[in-house]
Design a protein around this ligand. Structure first.
Ligand SMILES: C[S@@+](CC[C@H](N)C(=O)[O-])C[C@H]1O[C@@H](n2cnc3c(N)ncnc32)[C@H](O)[C@@H]1O
Length: 354
């Protein structure tokens, strides 16, 4: 039996009811320091990995984000201390692409990275071109001016699963389901925050409709809002608006596992060997952000957002021989049939916190 399954079996045996909230199992499967999918160090992303991201498409995504960050620097009056902050930097590829495109502008780059093995891989790639912080909590006293960015970060946070049982929402827990196997069972909520979040969900769905509640995303945006900097927050991820989660065609929610570019819903199999991921509920994220004093400055499909960002770059190409490699990247990032429609980008204005 693979290691995470053995660890989980022992953990289940040690709980009085023999079950754990799905979020705890997802945390174990993704972030166990030795055997979790993301625990032991950055895996390959792209053709030779399990999935593609906008970063693995090529350097254009970083180039466009560098242009957007410089816009923010100008909007803030070109302060001397301006920092690009990235979280979820993986092997440092996006940081390298952004820094290469920034050129000699007086911009610092800081990566929020809790995992020492990732930091090691990032150091190998980036040397002293970047600085690090272990968590967002370390940013409560500075930097003062910044552009925060992340690509596919909250989709990798562990989520709770809830199911509509006809009269009320209940939580899904994991328990042993025969030799080497696990199954989901419903029970009362494990945490009062889930009962609070469930009040925001509809009550007119078919029984069995299953959804994810991403409490970690709410904690994360609260931590981000408490950081000191004045500037903007850019979040790119695949996601949906609240009502898109509630259509009858999404009765099983959005939780999926990825392995070798194949996707399915068998999320309790091969734990630790597959990526587990969910779509972001952007409506919920925006509501929370606005309650925290952040302002929505742009929210749209990635294709449209990157299309607008790219205008000065596209204009600068007029009359030059076409760079087919970059144009192919642009198409992959923006075309609705590739990443232009399923991915969305949210930019939030961020006031200083003292
Ligand atoms: C789907 S990958 C995306 C990697 C990269 N941003 C890209 O677009 O290619 C998600 C990444 O988020 C990282 N991650 C998850 N939670 C994190 C946290 N709290 N702080 C920093 N990174 C985190 C994981 O280790 C993983 O590298």
């Amino acid at each position: 039996m693979p290691s995470i399954s053995l660890i989980l079996r022992d953990q289940l045996a040690a709980t009085p009811a023999g079950r754990l909230p799905f979020a705890q199992v997802m945390e174990l499967a993704l972030y166990h320091p030795e055997h979790g999918y993301y625990g032991a160090g950055p895996r390959r992303i792209g053709r030779q990995g399990d999935f593609f991201t906008s970063v693995s498409v090529g350097p254009l995504f970083g180039k466009l984000l560098a242009m957007r960050a410089l816009q923010e620097w100008q909007a803030l009056g070109e302060p001397e201390d301006f920092t690009i902050i990235e979280q979820g930097a993986h092997d440092g590829q996006l940081a390298e692409d952004v820094l290469n495109a920034i050129g000699d502008k007086p911009v610092r780059y800081l990566i929020v990275e809790p995992n020492p093995r990732y930091r090691e891989a990032q150091t190998k790639r980036l040397g002293d071109r970047v600085q690090w912080a272990e968590s967002l909590a370390a940013l409560q006293t500075g930097p003062k001016h910044a552009f925060f960015l992340c690509n596919e970060l909250p989709d990798a946070f562990p989520v709770h699963l809830v199911r509509w049982c006809g009269e009320r929402w209940r939580e899904l827990f994991v328990e042993e389901g025969g030799p080497g196997a696990f199954r989901l069972v419903t029970d009362d909520f494990s945490r009062p925050e889930l009962a609070e979040e469930a009040k925001r969900l509809p009550h007119d769905l078919e029984p069995g409709h299953t959804l994810e509640i991403n409490l970690a995303m709410l904690v994360w945006i609260r931590d981000l809002a408490r950081t000191a900097f004045h500037g903007a927050i850019f979040i790119a991820d695949y996601g949906l608006d609240a009502e898109e989660f509630f259509t009858s065609s999404r009765v099983e929610g959005t939780l999926r596992r990825y392995k070798d570019h194949r996707m399915d819903g068998n999320v309790l199999e091969d734990l630790g060997e597959c990526d587990l991921t969910t779509h972001i509920n952007f409506t919920r994220l925006i509501v929370e952000a606005e309650c925290l004093g952040l302002t929505k400055s742009e929210y749209d499909l990635q294709g449209r957002v990157l299309g607008r960002m790219a205008l000065p770059w596209l204009k600068s190409l007029e009359g030059l021989p076409p760079d087919t490699g970059l144009m192919r990247q642009f198409q992959t990032l923006t075309h609705p049939a590739f990443m232009g429609r399923s991915f969305r980008c949210l930019t939030l204005g961020k006031p200083a916190r003292h």
